[in-house]
Design a protein around this ligand. Structure first.
Ligand SMILES: *Cc1c(COP(=O)(O)O)cnc(C)c1O
Length: 398
């Protein structure tokens, strides 16, 4: 008999974290790696946020808090939704968890059952399908296309809706593509959710990292009916360069939030008290640092998209938000290096790591094998050097 549960045996580790680890271990051996693999801002957490955490420690705010977060932080989150999205929530409709990923996990455990279908547009964030599967439900992958800005089109979504459809996941702006839904897009998606009675899980973690004056709209703000069918997953990690602090949150119908609270109460209890204090400061304090980081990301995005599109055979969609590019490299599949054939995105990512010493994430991990993901949450200097290396090694292929 196996020692492990079927659940554990069937679960793959998060590939983005794995590639990061491999790159870091090569780096530890003295090999200079340009790392486009990271899924987090390269900036430090702003000082005023750190100061709030230090103050919390000094004042002894180091004990259990309520499982679903302090009232102070919930009120800061409620204010954020009101201010940024015109959404009104009560405390009982908010839960704070140990990261946006944890909020999503609790949500999946709270609303999915065996036999439920959950529509996941591809390219998707790597953790969605496994978290759906862990909850016993079935991910139904629906492809989106580069020429549609990596967004769902009505015809394709309608094709996969069945009476078993429990929810649709949308992530706008998207990791890995940088695609983002306009209000107009969200309107027809919301209508379909009402007609066919499924939930919308809206992952809005990249809300603030947007370019070219894009107007972010939360699908929950479209109408009261749509709001009742929507659970927003959000967090401070990406906006405030706070990935290590582990604070995410969700907003949605009271009954669902209460179930998430129950699951959290029997697993992690409250997220870290100190991080909660820091998050209050992040959400209610000065937002100047956010603007500075987004401007830096925008400059890098412009550079990296331009460079990638100049490489023969490469096509790169210009992201509207987040800090990733998702170029199509499939014209290189079938070519070889020293007799070794590159057949897919995994082979190409291995080739880049070993020969170019550049870490990227293969698109297959996001359900799109023609592509690779590069994070531009790294210095412009590194981006230039990384692109030089990629270009150079592509010329070695025949
Ligand atoms: C980073 C990320 C999250 C959440 O990250 P946490 O660190 O758990 O808060 C959620 N969704 C997407 C798409 C992400 O990229």
């Amino acid at each position: 008999m196996s020692q492990l549960s079927n659940r554990a045996k069937n679960l793959k580790p998060s590939p983005t974290l794995a590639i990061n680890a491999k790159a870091k271990s090569m780096q530890a051996q003295g090999i200079h790696i340009i790392n486009f693999g990271a899924g987090e801002p390269d900036f430090d957490t702003p000082d005023h946020i750190k100061a709030a955490a230090i103050k919390a420690i000094e004042e002894g705010f180091t004990k259990y808090t309520p499982v679903s977060g302090t009232d102070e932080l919930k009120d800061a989150i409620i204010k954020k939704f009101q201010r940024d999205n015109g959404l009104t929530y009560k405390r009982s409709e908010i839960i704070v968890s140990c990261g946006g990923k944890h909020s999503f996990y609790n949500l999946a455990q709270s609303i999915f059952d065996e036999g439920d279908e959950v529509i996941v547009p591809a390219p998707y964030w790597v953790s969605y399908p496994p978290m759906v599967t862990l909850a016993g439900a079935t991910p139904v992958i629906v492809e989106t296309k580069e020429e549609n800005g990596f967004k769902l089109i009505q015809e394709d979504l309608k094709k996969v809706i069945t009476p078993k459809t429990k929810a649709l996941i949308i992530n706008s702006p998207s990791n890995p593509t940088g695609g983002a839904y306009t209000k107009k897009d969200l309107e027809w998606i919301g209508e379909l959710a009402l007609t066919h009675h499924f939930f919308i899980i809206s992952d809005e973690i990249y809300e603030k990292i947007i370019y070219d004056h894009f107007k972010f709209v939360s699908i929950a703000s479209l109408s009261d009916e749509i709001k009742k069918k929507t659970i927003i997953v959000h967090g401070v990690a990406k906006t405030y360069a706070m990935t290590g602090w582990r604070i995410g949150y969700a907003a949605g119908p009271e009954e669902i939030i209460a179930a998430m609270n129950n699951i959290q109460s029997q697993s992690t209890s409250n997220p870290t008290s100190i991080s909660q204090k820091a998050s209050v400061e992040a959400l209610t304090g000065s937002q100047d640092e956010v603007q500075r980081m987004v401007s830096a990301f925008e400059e890098r995005r412009n550079y990296i998209v331009d460079r990638l599109n100049k490489i023969p055979g490469v096509n790169c969609f210009k992201p509207i938000g987040a800090f990733y590019v998702f170029p199509n490299f499939s014209s290189y599949y079938g070519k070889a290096y020293q007799g070794k054939k590159i057949s897919n995105s995994t082979d190409l990512a291995d080739y880049f790591l070993e020969v170019a010493r550049v870490a990227v994430v293969p698109g297959v991990e996001f359900g799109a094998d023609s592509f690779i993901r590069l994070s531009y949450a790294t210095s412009l200097e590194d981006i230039k050097e990384g692109l030089n290396r990629i270009e150079g090694t592509l010329r070695l292929l025949d």
